[in-house]
Design a protein around this ligand. Structure first.
Ligand code: FO1
Length: 321
């Protein structure tokens, strides 16, 4: 098959990742896109198995996402939360009435023995999503945020503490016993992908948990498909989420160069292309010295057309090599 028909693999977590994944889905044929999604944010809450990054991706790809909140569904109501509040239940993690159905349905399917991959495929089909969405692993991996004096589960850090504690590091509980998604690994071994796009997600809590799954980043490095990473930091700011704050607290320069150094130090030889925004063009030479090809374009995705244009840009880079 020519590169044009072969599949594309994207790695994604959080809101920024889902935006580019939508752009890629718009640019590719139905079913041509495979997305490996972070599950380090997953957690058991009130007896429900919650997979935020899978749901953010599925809701975004199906046009159901709540764009104001950046999570959950558009046009949501909160009757269950209000009733739970009256009972004195936990409401710090807001579950909308429609979103609640997703968690109830996923939890029941898992209890009946379905794998997270099977449940995710079923949900994608229910929502009319033709993109293949693969949880990064079937085994439980839980991102822990190390803050001064205490370790917080990801959702306690991100939601309950509103990302306010100062971070000193991260760990991914269970990752050494976890295996990368088997379907994705088989497709990599079959050279099914013509390129790999690492979406502009948080390097520490959305991309590292995926790349650090045993054997994964080396499989990507050794695969013929070029790897293209889009910087999540533009002109010293993270478009959404705590990435910039985390970098500052870890003493990493809050620049696209700081991001490039993070990846090139941890995953030498992985990246073929590093995409930065026009506003960071002056950093291109220094980033190039790390051994990656630097590509400059507008990477801010304000609307659907921006997402598709950035997707086209990353796909052309992958074809160029
Ligand atoms: N993020 C919040 O800041 N507050 C919430 O109450 C909240 C609820 C929530 C419910 C379902 C879901 O899938 C995501 C939710 N998120 C909430 C976002 C979630 O914490 C993040 O999407 C990821 O974990 C990080 O990208």
């Amino acid at each position: 098959m020519s590169a044009a028909q072969r599949s594309i693999l994207a790695l994604s977590g959080g809101v920024g990742g889902a935006k580019l994944a939508l752009g890629l889905a718009d640019e590719l044929a139905p079913g041509q896109l495979h997305v490996l999604v972070n599950t380090g944010d997953d957690f058991e809450h009130m007896g429900l198995h919650i997979s935020p990054d899978i749901d953010t991706l599925l809701y975004t790809l199906s046009g159901m996402a709540n764009e104001e909140l950046g999570w959950g569904q558009a046009g949501e109501t909160w009757q269950t939360m209000e009733a739970l509040e009256r009972l004195g239940g936990e409401t710090w993690f807001r579950l909308g009435d429609k979103d609640m159905a997703t968690h109830l349905w996923r939890t029941r399917q898992l209890q009946q023995g379905k794998s997270l991959g099977e449940v995710t495929t079923g949900l994608a089909q229910q929502l009319g999503v033709q993109t293949h969405v693969h949880p990064m692993t079937e085994e439980p991996v839980r991102t822990t945020v190390h803050c001064a004096g205490e370790n917080l589960s990801f959702q306690h850090y991100f939601v309950r503490e509103r990302c306010e504690p100062k971070v000193s590091g991260f760990s991914f509980e269970g990752i050494s016993a976890a295996r990368p998604n088997r379907n994705t690994m088989r497709l990599l071994q079959d050279n099914a992908f013509s390129s790999v796009v690492i979406c502009p997600s948080n390097p520490f809590v959305s991309v590292d948990p995926i790349l650090q799954l045993p054997g994964l980043w080396l499989a990507l490095r050794d695969n013929p498909a070029p790897v293209v990473l889009v910087s999540p930091i533009v002109a010293g700011l993270a478009i959404k989420g705590p990435a910039a704050k985390m970098m500052a607290e870890l003493g990493v320069p809050v620049t696209a160069l700081g991001v490039a150094r993070h990846y090139c130090a941890r995953y030498p030889g992985l990246l073929d292309y590093f995409v930065i925004d026009d506003s960071d063009a002056t950093l291109a030479d220094d980033i190039g010295k790390l051994g990656v090809e630097v590509a400059v374009t507008s990477t801010v995705m304000k609307n659907r057309a921006d997402k598709a244009r950035l997707a086209r840009f990353t796909l052309h880079l992958g074809e160029a090599s």
